[in-house]
Design a protein around this ligand. Structure first.
Ligand code: ADP
Length: 483
């Protein structure tokens, strides 16, 4: 099949979270299964063109597109890797030339988000026409790319390569819907009915790209079966769109993400001071010693780490009231993450209060994240909601049992140690007490090396690769044929 993916992230070129990993891994898995896959993303100003082997794409000469009153001059760059998906990066200095994928709306950054997303969508569709390449499916990821499906639903496409193309929207996080004031609507050049009640893009008097994507894509899915249930049943998790998703009925489903088992493999990971595997685990001890040294932590107890965005969603605040008790019990704690200033400040305070026992690395650093996954004994992910979560899969693969809340993809990927297939520790309530009880069970298990060893091995052996999810996406694409 011919598949065009449109996304704001694509690892390792541009990554702000799990979305970038997922798009790259799925595109790669589908290409490896013999499909013709192209990916379009913006050429952000901080993408290192030389390091990633990017060059202007000769088949796509510079072009200009018009939307509303704006005319934008663009050019496509291409990643020159011989195998895998064809990755096209859309250059436009004014909109994409700066560093960063999203910017913090709260800080007034990226006030031109809507024009940026509109250009990404238009650029992606224009590329297919310029290449005379007719995709069977345009697979758009999250609200940031949803406009490509919306445009396609609204534009006349008879006689273009897109005449028979179908669309799939994958929701990676329903909490990020790309909301915009209605006065921006004329700039989109879309039919007026979309923006007025009960139009597909209208949302409480403003514009909602996720809602429009959900209603105007041929199919919609999200990244785990449990999250797919939760967002239709629980109005809070549905973030105002539970009813809209329910209305899509069988056209909305959940497919659990996989992880790239080659890119994330402790046996070959070059960022680690030593390599190891489930069968030859010795290197993990060296990774642990090195991480403790790197973070200035004293040895003497299990090392509990967290890697993730410091956001309310991730529930790291549930850990804060437990810090003193955990340290007294013997835990060493380390957090790698950036995000909400109040959480950063609280974590700085915790590290300053318990030197040698608590460490905080307030930065985004993938190599360091790999040393965290490898060097820790246990991983904590107390998310209030979690569409899929990749961090717990990396922790499992690196032999670091996760302690997670039973929600979304965490519920679908982490079986509790109490059962025969257990790989981690699962708790139910989003409270410090419930998290604390799970951590108490974890340290008890850690004190029994045989029991802990089999838990670690089961987690490392679990197959969360892309073979099954890629086949599920293939089935979903095929189900669109002829609809
Ligand atoms: P989300 O997409 O909601 O942020 P996921 O668990 O799906 O959560 O994916 C998070 C990804 O981002 C993982 O690859 C994780 O290792 C990475 N990540 C998060 N924070 C950091 C950080 N501070 N430094 C390096 N990598 C990070």
């Amino acid at each position: 099949m011919r598949i065009l993916m449109v996304a704001a992230e694509y690892a390792p070129l541009a990554k702000a979270g799990g979305l970038g990993d997922m798009v790259a891994a799925l595109a790669g898995a589908l290409a490896a299964r013999g499909h013709e896959v192209k990916v379009v993303l913006p050429l952000y100003g901080d993408i290192d063109r030389e390091r990633h082997g990017l060059a202007p794409c000769p088949q796509l000469p510079p072009f200009a597109v018009r939307r509303g009153d704006a005319v934008r001059r663009c050019r496509f760059w291409r990643a020159t890797a011989a195998a895998g998906p064809d990755v096209l990066l859309l250059e436009n200095e004014g909109l994409f030339g700066r560093a960063g994928v999203y910017g913090y709306a709260e800080a007034g950054e990226f006030a031109d988000t809507l024009p940026r997303l509109a250009l990404l969508a238009q650029g992606a569709l224009t590329a297919t026409v310029m290449l005379d390449w007719a995709p069977d499916v345009i697979h758009v990821h999250d609200a940031a790319a949803a406009l490509a499906a919306v445009d396609l639903a609204c534009w006349s496409r008879t006689g273009t390569p897109l005449a028979a193309t179908r669309t799939l929207l994958t929701i990676h996080n329903l909490a990020h819907q790309s909301l915009h004031p209605r006065w921006e609507f004329p700039g989109l050049d879309l039919p007026t009915r979309l923006a007025w009640h009960p139009g597909e893009m209208e949302f409480h008097g403003g514009l909602n790209l996720m809602k429009a994507g959900i209603l105007l894509s041929d199919r919609v899915n999200t990244v785990s079966p449990t999250y797919a249930h939760e967002v239709t049943l629980d109005e809070d998790l549905g973030c105002g769109l539970a009813g809209v998703l329910r209305d899509r009925g069988a056209a909305f489903s959940g497919i659990l993400n996989g992880m790239d088992r080659t890119a994330w493999d402790p046996a070959t990971d070059r960022c680690l001071p030593a390599n190891y595997s489930a069968r030859a685990p010795a290197g993990k001890t060296a990774c642990r010693t090195a991480l403790l040294r790197e973070l200035g932590l004293e040895d003497g107890g299990p090392v509990l780490v967290s890697v993730g965005r410091l956001a309310h969603q991730k529930g790291i605040d549930l850990l804060l009231p437990l810090v003193d008790g955990l340290v007294d019990e013997g835990w060493r704690l380390a957090v790698l993450g950036t995000g909400e200033p109040a959480l950063e400040q609280a974590l700085r305070g915790a590290a300053a209060a318990r030197p040698g026992r608590v460490a905080f690395a307030p930065r985004f650093d993938e190599a360091l994240s790999r040393r965290f996954y490898a060097g820790a004994d246990a991983f904590v992910m107390p998310s209030r909601f979690e569409p899929c979560g990749l961090a717990q899969l990396y922790a499992l693969r690196y032999g670091t049992p996760p302690v997670v809340r039973r929600t979304g993809g965490l519920a679908d990927t982490v079986a509790d140690a109490a059962g025969p297939d257990g790989v981690g520790f699962v708790f139910d309530e989003a409270t410090p007490a419930s998290l604390g009880a799970a951590l108490a069970r974890a340290i008890e298990a850690w004190r029994e090396p045989d029991r802990w060893g089999s838990l670690v091995r089961r987690g490392m052996d679990a197959d969360h690769g892309w073979a099954a999810p890629a086949a599920a996406y293939e089935d979903l694409y095929r189900s669109l044929e002829g609809t």
